[in-house]
Design a protein around this ligand. Structure first.
Ligand code: ITT
Length: 189
Protein backbone atom coordinates (compact mmCIF):
# COMPACT_ATOMS: atom_id res chain seq x y z
CA UNK A 1 0.00 0.00 0.00
CA UNK A 2 1.28 3.49 -0.85
CA UNK A 3 0.59 6.45 1.41
CA UNK A 4 1.49 10.04 0.58
CA UNK A 5 3.89 11.47 3.16
CA UNK A 6 3.23 15.19 3.48
CA UNK A 7 6.73 16.58 3.82
CA UNK A 8 9.40 18.61 2.09
CA UNK A 9 12.03 17.05 4.40
CA UNK A 10 13.73 14.10 2.72
CA UNK A 11 15.42 13.04 5.96
CA UNK A 12 12.01 12.39 7.50
CA UNK A 13 10.91 10.41 4.44
CA UNK A 14 14.05 8.28 4.59
CA UNK A 15 13.54 7.55 8.29
CA UNK A 16 9.90 6.59 8.02
CA UNK A 17 10.50 4.30 5.06
CA UNK A 18 13.26 2.59 7.03
CA UNK A 19 11.02 2.22 10.07
CA UNK A 20 8.15 0.81 8.00
CA UNK A 21 10.37 -1.48 5.94
CA UNK A 22 8.74 -4.91 5.71
CA UNK A 23 5.28 -3.64 6.73
CA UNK A 24 3.96 -3.62 3.16
CA UNK A 25 3.52 0.16 3.32
CA UNK A 26 5.57 2.57 1.27
CA UNK A 27 5.52 6.31 1.84
CA UNK A 28 5.82 8.52 -1.23
CA UNK A 29 6.22 12.30 -1.61
CA UNK A 30 3.37 14.54 -2.74
CA UNK A 31 3.73 15.83 -6.28
CA UNK A 32 5.45 19.17 -6.89
CA UNK A 33 6.92 21.57 -4.35
CA UNK A 34 5.45 20.92 -0.94
CA UNK A 35 5.65 23.81 1.51
CA UNK A 36 2.26 24.71 3.02
CA UNK A 37 2.12 27.51 5.57
CA UNK A 38 2.44 25.96 9.02
CA UNK A 39 0.45 28.49 11.00
CA UNK A 40 -1.01 26.16 13.63
CA UNK A 41 -0.49 26.72 17.35
CA UNK A 42 0.34 23.10 18.20
CA UNK A 43 2.19 20.15 16.68
CA UNK A 44 -1.24 18.56 16.22
CA UNK A 45 -2.58 21.51 14.22
CA UNK A 46 0.49 21.76 11.99
CA UNK A 47 0.49 18.05 11.35
CA UNK A 48 -3.17 18.26 10.29
CA UNK A 49 -2.45 21.29 8.03
CA UNK A 50 0.30 19.39 6.20
CA UNK A 51 -1.68 16.15 5.82
CA UNK A 52 -4.67 18.14 4.51
CA UNK A 53 -2.52 20.04 1.98
CA UNK A 54 -1.06 16.77 0.65
CA UNK A 55 -4.50 15.19 0.47
CA UNK A 56 -5.83 18.15 -1.52
CA UNK A 57 -3.10 17.67 -4.11
CA UNK A 58 -3.16 13.88 -4.32
CA UNK A 59 -6.67 12.86 -3.17
CA UNK A 60 -4.91 9.89 -1.62
CA UNK A 61 -4.41 8.66 1.93
CA UNK A 62 -1.92 11.11 3.47
CA UNK A 63 0.28 11.13 6.54
CA UNK A 64 2.09 14.14 8.03
CA UNK A 65 4.74 14.47 10.73
CA UNK A 66 5.12 17.67 12.71
CA UNK A 67 8.00 17.53 15.08
CA UNK A 68 10.40 19.62 17.09
CA UNK A 69 12.85 19.96 19.93
CA UNK A 70 11.50 21.34 23.23
CA UNK A 71 14.06 22.59 25.77
CA UNK A 72 12.95 22.97 29.37
CA UNK A 73 15.23 25.91 30.26
CA UNK A 74 14.01 27.76 27.15
CA UNK A 75 10.36 27.29 28.14
CA UNK A 76 9.81 24.71 25.40
CA UNK A 77 11.62 26.57 22.59
CA UNK A 78 12.41 26.07 19.77
CA UNK A 79 9.36 23.73 19.82
CA UNK A 80 7.00 24.50 16.97
CA UNK A 81 9.64 26.81 15.50
CA UNK A 82 12.41 24.20 15.36
CA UNK A 83 12.66 24.37 11.57
CA UNK A 84 12.81 28.20 11.58
CA UNK A 85 14.86 28.98 14.72
CA UNK A 86 17.80 30.48 12.76
CA UNK A 87 19.22 30.42 9.21
CA UNK A 88 21.25 27.27 8.63
CA UNK A 89 21.10 24.12 10.75
CA UNK A 90 24.55 24.96 12.13
CA UNK A 91 23.29 28.41 13.15
CA UNK A 92 20.30 26.82 14.89
CA UNK A 93 22.61 24.52 16.84
CA UNK A 94 25.00 27.35 17.73
CA UNK A 95 22.09 29.50 18.90
CA UNK A 96 20.88 26.80 21.30
CA UNK A 97 24.36 26.06 22.66
CA UNK A 98 24.81 29.79 23.29
CA UNK A 99 21.41 30.16 24.94
CA UNK A 100 22.20 27.28 27.28
CA UNK A 101 25.79 28.38 27.93
CA UNK A 102 25.18 29.11 31.61
CA UNK A 103 22.33 26.66 32.16
CA UNK A 104 22.69 23.62 34.39
CA UNK A 105 19.21 22.47 33.40
CA UNK A 106 19.78 20.95 29.95
CA UNK A 107 16.67 18.74 29.86
CA UNK A 108 14.97 18.46 26.49
CA UNK A 109 12.65 16.27 24.47
CA UNK A 110 11.88 15.63 20.85
CA UNK A 111 8.16 15.49 20.03
CA UNK A 112 6.51 14.08 16.92
CA UNK A 113 2.80 14.17 16.08
CA UNK A 114 1.52 12.27 13.05
CA UNK A 115 -1.87 12.69 11.43
CA UNK A 116 -3.32 10.22 8.92
CA UNK A 117 -6.13 11.28 6.59
CA UNK A 118 -8.18 9.06 4.31
CA UNK A 119 -8.71 9.75 0.59
CA UNK A 120 -11.54 12.14 1.44
CA UNK A 121 -9.41 14.21 3.79
CA UNK A 122 -11.02 12.87 6.99
CA UNK A 123 -8.81 12.18 10.01
CA UNK A 124 -8.33 8.44 10.53
CA UNK A 125 -5.75 8.41 13.30
CA UNK A 126 -3.38 10.70 15.23
CA UNK A 127 -0.29 9.38 17.01
CA UNK A 128 2.39 10.96 19.15
CA UNK A 129 5.89 10.02 20.18
CA UNK A 130 8.40 11.62 22.53
CA UNK A 131 12.07 11.01 23.15
CA UNK A 132 13.64 12.43 26.30
CA UNK A 133 17.20 13.51 26.84
CA UNK A 134 19.40 16.54 27.30
CA UNK A 135 21.31 19.09 25.29
CA UNK A 136 25.01 18.31 25.01
CA UNK A 137 27.70 20.87 25.90
CA UNK A 138 29.03 20.56 22.36
CA UNK A 139 27.87 18.85 19.21
CA UNK A 140 28.99 15.35 18.36
CA UNK A 141 28.28 12.77 15.65
CA UNK A 142 27.48 12.92 11.95
CA UNK A 143 24.40 10.72 11.49
CA UNK A 144 20.78 11.79 11.31
CA UNK A 145 19.78 15.40 10.69
CA UNK A 146 18.60 18.60 12.35
CA UNK A 147 19.42 18.84 16.05
CA UNK A 148 20.66 15.23 16.34
CA UNK A 149 24.30 16.26 17.05
CA UNK A 150 23.34 18.11 20.27
CA UNK A 151 20.62 15.79 21.62
CA UNK A 152 21.89 13.18 24.09
CA UNK A 153 19.33 10.41 24.44
CA UNK A 154 18.38 9.49 28.01
CA UNK A 155 20.16 6.39 29.37
CA UNK A 156 22.51 6.07 26.39
CA UNK A 157 25.20 8.73 26.80
CA UNK A 158 25.11 9.16 23.01
CA UNK A 159 23.81 11.93 20.82
CA UNK A 160 21.29 10.90 18.19
CA UNK A 161 23.92 11.75 15.58
CA UNK A 162 26.26 9.16 17.15
CA UNK A 163 23.68 6.40 16.68
CA UNK A 164 23.30 4.28 13.58
CA UNK A 165 19.93 4.80 11.89
CA UNK A 166 18.35 1.60 13.21
CA UNK A 167 19.24 2.57 16.80
CA UNK A 168 17.81 6.08 16.48
CA UNK A 169 14.65 4.74 14.84
CA UNK A 170 14.02 2.32 17.72
CA UNK A 171 13.97 5.04 20.38
CA UNK A 172 13.12 8.23 18.50
CA UNK A 173 9.98 10.36 18.75
CA UNK A 174 9.34 9.56 15.06
CA UNK A 175 9.95 5.83 15.55
CA UNK A 176 7.41 5.75 18.41
CA UNK A 177 4.75 7.82 16.62
CA UNK A 178 5.12 5.75 13.45
CA UNK A 179 5.05 2.43 15.26
CA UNK A 180 1.69 3.38 16.82
CA UNK A 181 0.48 4.58 13.40
CA UNK A 182 1.57 1.37 11.64
CA UNK A 183 -0.15 -0.81 14.26
CA UNK A 184 -3.33 1.16 13.67
CA UNK A 185 -3.05 0.93 9.87
CA UNK A 186 -2.25 -2.78 9.90
CA UNK A 187 -5.08 -3.65 12.29
CA UNK A 188 -7.79 -1.45 10.76
CA UNK A 189 -7.14 -1.00 7.06
P1 ITT B 1 8.09 19.32 6.83
O1 ITT B 1 7.31 20.34 7.62
O2 ITT B 1 8.07 19.59 5.38
O3 ITT B 1 7.73 17.91 7.20
P2 ITT B 1 10.26 20.39 8.39
O4 ITT B 1 11.73 20.06 8.51
O5 ITT B 1 9.90 21.83 8.16
O6 ITT B 1 9.65 19.46 7.24
P3 ITT B 1 8.86 20.44 10.89
O7 ITT B 1 8.09 21.66 10.56
O8 ITT B 1 8.13 19.30 11.54
O9 ITT B 1 9.56 19.80 9.64
O10 ITT B 1 10.09 20.89 11.78
C1 ITT B 1 10.76 19.95 12.49
C2 ITT B 1 12.17 20.43 12.77
O11 ITT B 1 12.56 19.88 14.04
C3 ITT B 1 13.14 19.86 11.74
O12 ITT B 1 13.39 20.75 10.68
C4 ITT B 1 14.39 19.64 12.59
O13 ITT B 1 15.13 20.82 12.71
C5 ITT B 1 13.81 19.28 13.96
N1 ITT B 1 13.68 17.82 14.08
C6 ITT B 1 12.54 17.08 13.96
N2 ITT B 1 12.82 15.77 14.09
C7 ITT B 1 14.14 15.68 14.27
C8 ITT B 1 15.03 14.61 14.43
O14 ITT B 1 14.61 13.35 14.39
N3 ITT B 1 16.32 14.89 14.61
C9 ITT B 1 16.76 16.15 14.64
N4 ITT B 1 16.01 17.22 14.46
C10 ITT B 1 14.69 17.00 14.27
Amino acid sequence: MKIVFATGNLNKLKEINEISDGSGIEFILPEGDFNPEENGKTFEENSYIKAKAANKISRKMSLADDSGLCIEALKGAPGLYSARYAGTQQQKIDKILKELEHSTNRKAKFVCVMTLLDENGEVIHVSKGECHGEIALKQSGINGFGYDPIFIVENTGKTMAEMPEYEKNKISHRGKALSDMLSYICSRL
